[in-house]
Design a protein around this ligand. Structure first.
Ligand code: HEM
Length: 400
């Protein structure tokens, strides 16, 4: 059996968190599996192997955590993301109930009204900060309300989520700085996010109602709160800001979308493919396993590099190009298989509605300034200031 290629690259420097794509290309060239010696991880950088792993939960288990740091994997045990069937099936069915495609119809009018309001207001101003003023709007007004935490918790959701994402890499300085906020959230989930304090018709309260019916245990509810709080806001915020940034950088693609709105779903996929907000999760092998001709031992932690797989030239020709006519519906930005993102319909609804309203009102975006987010579990922009040229009248923002 050949020896597995080894790399000492560090995926957690500021530079790699900002722009990992050269490292990803290097790893893809090294082989279908590469041992990352710094973090004792076996990385899968190519599309085919990541997709195969996602389709085989019996071999690639989530039950020993999907993060990098062993201590964090132990601490966050019991969340849906970090479980295997049959526990996973029961938790996911409860967790996913308010997020099913048919349930999106109930919240669509509210999402549409908020999208119309925020886009009109910002476009009238002509210049705005995309992350906080546009991308955060729907997650913070609608989604955090639907989760239904007590007010204090709702106000802290973003701060807690960012910290929880930051502890998903190795136990570095970024993770240490996030520690107190993570501890604060875990205490809140245990003691404050409880029946009586939760909004009775919110998603969080539904967890306890499902426990009352015996579908899950009451003890599982605090940990499952994390399944709602961590992924429901930042992921979509980054995805929305990334989409605007890509259209600002590729105005001809924006023209295409405005001319043909049926391209919106494909634009969402292409934007997520090219700039994947959740660049990796991991799995642990339940038995010895061969990947691309290399043998890995049971117990190995395997990192699924979604961000690299989505730029694999073996699967997507000219992968760095942003092209909304590419229709990459098989991208891995939402994962795949048993753990495929349960918020996929909500994320698409939020992104699609905003793009529709922006397409009505904006002829062109121009980037004024941008700054990357540096986080151990997420990738995207922390800040993106744009000016817009209004559709129809050719008027531009104040800085133009
Ligand atoms: C564009 C936005 C989003 C992206 C890129 C994203 C990405 C992902 C990915 C990659 C996974 C797979 C995890 C794995 O492989 O282990 C996942 C799972 C998950 N996502 Fe999302 N997500 C997004 C939006 C959301 C939203 C809006 C919610 C909730 C309201 C959500 C809730 C979840 C949950 C609970 C899981 C775990 C599912 C399971 O373990 O069965 N996500 N997401």
């Amino acid at each position: 059996m050949p020896t597995i290629p080894v790399s000492d690259v560090d995926l957690y420097t500021d530079e790699a968190r900002t722009d990992p794509y050269a490292i990803y290309a290097e790893l893809r060239d090294l082989g279908p599996v590469v041992h990352l010696s710094r973090h004792d991880l076996y990385a899968l950088p190519r599309y085919d192997e990541v997709r195969a792993a996602l389709s085989d939960w019996r071999t690639f288990s989530s039950a020993r955590g999907v993060f990098v740091d062993p201590a964090m994997n132990a601490q966050l045990e019991g969340i849906t993301l970090c479980s295997d069937p049959p526990e996973h099936t029961a938790m996911r069915s409860v967790l996913g109930r308010p997020l099913r495609a048919d349930r999106m119809r109930e919240i669509t009018p509210r999402i549409e009204a908020e999208a119309e309001r925020v886009v009109t207001e910002l476009v009238e101003r002509g210049r705005f900060e995309v992350v906080t003023e546009l991308a955060e709007h729907l997650p913070m007004t609608v989604v955090s309300d639907l989760v239904g935490l007590p007010d204090h918790g709702r106000a802290k959701m973003l701060e807690w989520a960012e910290a929880i994402w930051d502890v998903q890499g190795p136990a570095d300085e970024r993770a240490a700085a996030a520690g107190p906020a993570v501890a604060e959230f875990l205490a809140f989930a245990e003691h404050d996010a409880v029946p009586g304090a939760l909004r009775p018709d919110g998603w969080a309260a539904h967890l306890y109602q499902a426990a009352d019916r015996g579908e899950i245990s009451h003890g599982q509810c605090p940990a499952m709160m994390l399944d709602y709080v961590t992924p429901s806001l930042d992921t979509t915020i980054l995805a929305i800001a990334n989409a605007v940034w890509q259209f600002a950088s590729h105005p001809q693609q924006w023209d295409l979308l405005r001319a043909d709105r049926s391209l919106i779903p494909h634009a969402i996929n292409e934007s997520l493919r090219r700039d994947t907000p959740v660049p990796q999760f991991s799995r642990v092998l339940t038995e010895d396993h061969e990947i691309g001709g290399f043998s890995l031992a049971a117990g190995s932690r395997v990192a699924l590099l979604y961000g690299s797989a989505n730029r694999d030239e073996r699967h997507y020709p000219d992968p760095d190009r942003f092209d909304i006519t590419r229709r990459p519906s098989d991208h891995l930005a939402f994962g795949r298989g048993e753990h495929v993102c349960v918020g996929i319909h909500l994320a698409r609804l939020e992104m699609g509605t905003l793009l529709e309203r922006l397409a009505d009102q904006v002829a062109r975006f121009d980037t004024v300034t941008s700054r990357p987010l540096i986080n151990n579990g997420l990738r995207g922009l922390a800040h993106l200031e744009v000016t817009v040229e209004r559709a129809g009248d050719g008027s531009r923002g104040s800085a133009a």
